[in-house]
Ligand binder design. Structure first.
Ligand SMILES: [Zn+2]
Ligand SMILES: [Zn+2]
Length: 302
């Protein structure tokens, strides 16, 4: 990713600081984490090939999306580069929180082992298995593991798939999952011009229009079962929920976030307290991404 990309993220972090209370705690950590990931990917750029190249026939893609089938791409990831990024993130964590140095040392051992036992390239499913192992063996808390793994995977996907994603005719897509990679979404936005609901894939960054009164997970369109809540009258982030499948996702209302080129993934990380709240209200993340630890409670008063 170019330096400009890094600057874009830095600006977004500054914007989020003004928008969301409680974000100050995570901010230095995010700055370190993005810096670490971008520097790594940049240094790898010439060597290329972290993510397997994705090609498809435009016309076939067109008819597939029109038939309601996601492209479901699942490119392989170079194991060494993936482990390199995860390691960088681990080190970034230690720089901010030296007290968990031992956990990160154990994390690095697991990574080493993973690299030794894996093939040269792995699929994202194998990366998720590794994440579950890290959580299952109590090496990292679930929220920390989700943070590190989603950041690494989404950076790899976004950096390599931007052109492919932009070339996809998502105007033909009405599904709730990602048209390109098939992942279930975790966030989206309300477009500033017209309030239209746009969903963004947390993994590959593909955006698509989605019917406003419709659950992306179970396709429920019953208005009485769909709703949203905000926190402390902050309109920038809405937690959208569906009572039929008990799931939630977040929508960032760009009408109340001044500025252009909004990086939604930063807003997602800046509003993890909303995820805790959604869970307290009895909803699960429709994306399957667990940003919250078991028994964690929201403390807004400090
Ligand atoms: Zn995607
Ligand atoms: Zn639903």
């Amino acid at each position: 990713m170019k330096t400009s990309q890094q600057e874009l993220y830095q600006e977004e972090i500054a914007r989020c600081r003004r928008l969301y209370r409680g974000f100050e705690n995570l901010e230095p950590f995010l700055l370190e984490a993005f810096q670490a990931v971008f520097s790594f990917i940049e240094s790898y750029e010439e060597r290329g090939g972290i993510l397997e190249k994705v090609n498809f026939d435009k016309r076939k893609a067109w008819s597939r999306l029109k038939n309601g089938e996601s492209m479901e791409i699942n490119p392989t990831i170079q194991t060494r580069a993936l482990v390199g990024i995860l390691n960088e993130l681990g080190q970034a964590v230690v720089r901010i929180s030296p007290e968990i140095k031992d956990s990160i040392t154990n994390f690095q051992k697991i990574l080493e082992n993973f690299q030794e036992k894996s093939k040269e390239r792995v699929l994202k499913e194998e990366v998720w298995k590794l994440k579950e192992l890290v959580v299952g063996e109590d090496i990292l808390a679930r929220d920390m593991a989700t943070f590190i793994f989603t950041l690494a995977l989404s950076a790899i996907y976004r950096f390599n798939l931007e052109a492919v994603s932009k070339g996809l005719r998502t105007d033909l897509w009405e599904g709730g999952n990602c048209a390109l990679c098939g992942e279930k979404p975790h966030f989206g936005l309300l477009r500033s011009e017209d309030g239209a609901k746009i969903i963004e894939c947390w993994l590959c960054g593909t955006q698509w229009n989605h019917i406003r009164i419709k659950c992306p997970y179970c396709s429920n369109t019953e208005q009485e079962q769909l709703g949203f809540f905000t926190v402390e009258e902050n309109d920038s982030c809405r937690v959208q929920f569906c009572k039929k499948c008990s799931s939630y996702y977040k929508l960032f209302d760009t009408r109340s976030i001044a500025g252009e080129n909004i990086v939604l993934s930063v807003h997602n990380l800046a509003t993890l307290s909303y995820d805790i709240l959604a869970r307290e209200e009895g909803f699960k993340a429709g994306s399957g991404l667990e940003w919250v630890n078991e028994g964690e409670k929201l403390e807004l008063d400090d």
